[in-house]
Design a protein around this ligand. Structure first.
Ligand SMILES: Cc1ncc(C[n+]2csc(CCOP(=O)(O)OP(=O)(O)O)c2C)c(N)n1
Length: 367
């Protein structure tokens, strides 16, 4: 009787539901390396990294302006990741085929391309979706680079698939010999997907390790989902430990630290032919994409003024020089945008070009 009474009151109440925690902004990570006064790199390298960082920022700001004034349909890109992406581009062994590095990038990599020597006008053309877009002939979103001559595998809009592909090119490179490596980049939230786990598994099999530099740029957000609601770990790099691979979490807002740490990781993967997992903590300065407004986030660290303050303190760059560099690129990019504005969209008759099925230029349905 007493038991039945207990049962019916439990049935009335129903199972205990534990509410999900309310979304909140994630706490800022502590900087892994403080932005110290010491500048242990050549002056030329420091100034050229700064120059390319500014050029990349101005490029992204031009792309955002194009989107906001109706000269593009969607913006996504890498403002806030320049201090990491520029050193990355400088260290890449650029070329075509397995003797060179294979690049499996995500959509925040503009500064890496500029550091590799790419002309920024291509990014403007992709933003406007003109026929002259060198990466997709006017078909794809901004930031979706691809370049056969430099082994840049087309950036994919479905996130994380690049982590599944990188071990494939690394396997070819291991069999081929030489010192070419495969480099894969992606965000923190995407590491919750299975492709990331596959990358860790395939890169680290005993005595069959692969030369993959696995990079996660951690901005603590997956669109609007904070880091803590996706990850149980404090450091994504720790996940590599379980696979016996070398790992490190670095400060991606400090270009000097990023350069030195990446140099070490590149050397290891190139010579040992084994994987290395780097987690770089970076900022997301204009939100996720145009889908979240593409407005400047004042709450995030901005790597450019932080670096300029250090260069100024060391007597390597004055405020006036920094201003002049920014103005020079602002004018250059504005001129390029004016040029791109006049360029035509792809002809409708080219719709079947670059598709696998059918003959080039012919409708595969025969219509
Ligand atoms: C397979 C897949 N799932 C979901 C999305 C939608 N989506 C686009 S970007 C994104 C967030 C990615 O966050 P993160 O991996 O941290 O990279 P971030 O954009 O912050 O650099 C999501 C969920 C997608 N494009 N593809």
């Amino acid at each position: 009787m007493a038991r039945d009474a207990k049962k019916s009151s439990a049935a009335k109440k129903g199972p205990k539901v534990v509410p999900a925690p309310a979304p909140s902004a994630p706490p800022k990570f502590k900087a892994v390396v403080t932005h110290s006064d010491e500048l242990p790199l050549d002056k030329e390298l420091l100034l050229s990294m700064h120059d390319t960082m500014v050029k990349a920022r101005v490029l992204e700001e031009r792309l955002i302006a194009m989107y906001k004034t109706g000269h593009g349909y969607f913006w996504i890109g890498g403002p806030g990741e320049e201090a990491f992406n520029v050193p990355l581009g400088l260290l890449i062994k650029k070329g075509a085929g397995p003797a060179f590095d294979y690049l499996h990038f995500h959509y925040r990599q503009s500064a890496t391309l500029l550091a590799m020597g790419e002309d920024p006008i291509g990014a403007l053309r992709q933003m406007k979706n003109t026929a002259s877009d060198p990466y997709s002939g006017g078909r794809n979103f901004a930031g979706h680079f691809s370049k056969k001559d430099w082994n840049i595998v087309p950036v994919s809009s479905p996130i994380e698939v690049q982590y599944g592909m990188a071990p494939g090119t690394a396997l070819v490179q291991k069999r081929f010999g030489g010192d070419g490596i495969s480099i894969v980049t992606g965000g923190d939230a995407g590491t919750a997907e299975g492709d990331f786990a596959s990358c860790l598994v395939w890169s680290s099999r005993k005595d069959q390790e692969l030369p993959v530099l696995i990079i996660v740029t951690n901005n603590r957000w997956g669109i609007s989902t904070p880091f803590d609601q996706v990850q149980g770990v404090e450091r994504i790099s720790d996940r590599g430990v379980a696979f016996g691979m070398r790992t490190k979490t670095i400060d991606g807002n400090d270009p000097i630290s990023a350069y030195l740490e990446l140099k070490e990781a590149f050397e290891y993967v190139r010579t040992e032919r084994k994987p290395y997992l780097v987690e770089a903590r970076v900022s997301r300065l204009y939100g996720h994409s145009s889908a979240s407004g593409a407005n400047f986030a004042t709450s995030e660290d901005d790597c450019i003024p932080l670096f300029e303050a250090r260069l100024e303190k060391a007597g390597l760059l004055s405020k006036a020089q920094a201003k002049a560099i920014r103005e020079k690129y602002t004018e250059e990019l504005a001129e390029m945008a004016r040029q791109v504005k006049e360029e035509p969209f792809p002809e409708p008759s080219t719709i079947w070009d670059h598709v696998f099925h059918g003959e080039q230029g012919k409708d595969p349905l025969g219509e």
